[in-house]
Design a protein around this ligand. Structure first.
Ligand SMILES: [Zn+2]
Length: 139
């Protein structure tokens, strides 16, 4: 059967530390030493105060679904066999929001705004491990 590879992130100078962390099963966000702003996507300059004193700092990986959609018609053919699937925006407990998928991806009835979630990881290859989310188990 002919299959199309899914596009993967290409780590850059700005994002390399983020992908290094996910590969080790840790979630990090860019954190500004000047104004304490935490943000994603990763960048070397703080978007709030323009300081370059930015480093990756670990976060809990816990948050809540801020918004979500169901993709019925993927924009890339490699995702056709996954449809329908969810895409969520999670607001981390530490503030930054990030896109992801809530697993299991096909259990669409499990997704709702405000749902407590926690990060989980899907190793794609030796370089890329994608952060995903699952319903939080309490505590
Ligand atoms: Zn700042």
């Amino acid at each position: 059967m002919f299959t199309i590879d899914k596009p993967l992130p290409s780590p850059t100078e700005d994002t390399e530390g983020y992908w290094d962390a996910t590969r080790e099963g840790k979630l990090v966000v860019s954190t500004c030493a000047s104004c304490a702003h935490r943000f994603l996507p990763p960048a070397k300059i703080c978007p709030k105060c323009l300081s370059s004193e930015v480093s990756f700092q670990p976060v809990s990986g816990r948050g809540r679904v801020f918004s979500w959609i169901v993709v019925h018609r993927p924009q890339h053919p490699a995702f056709l066999e996954d449809a329908p699937y969810n895409v969520v925006i999670v607001e981390l407990d530490e503030g930054p929001r990030m896109h992801g998928r809530l697993v299991p991806e096909t259990d669409l009835s499990a997704v709702s705004v405000g749902l407590p979630v926690e990060v989980t990881y899907q190793k794609i290859n030796d370089q890329i491990t994608l952060p995903m989310f699952k319903a939080a188990t309490g505590t």
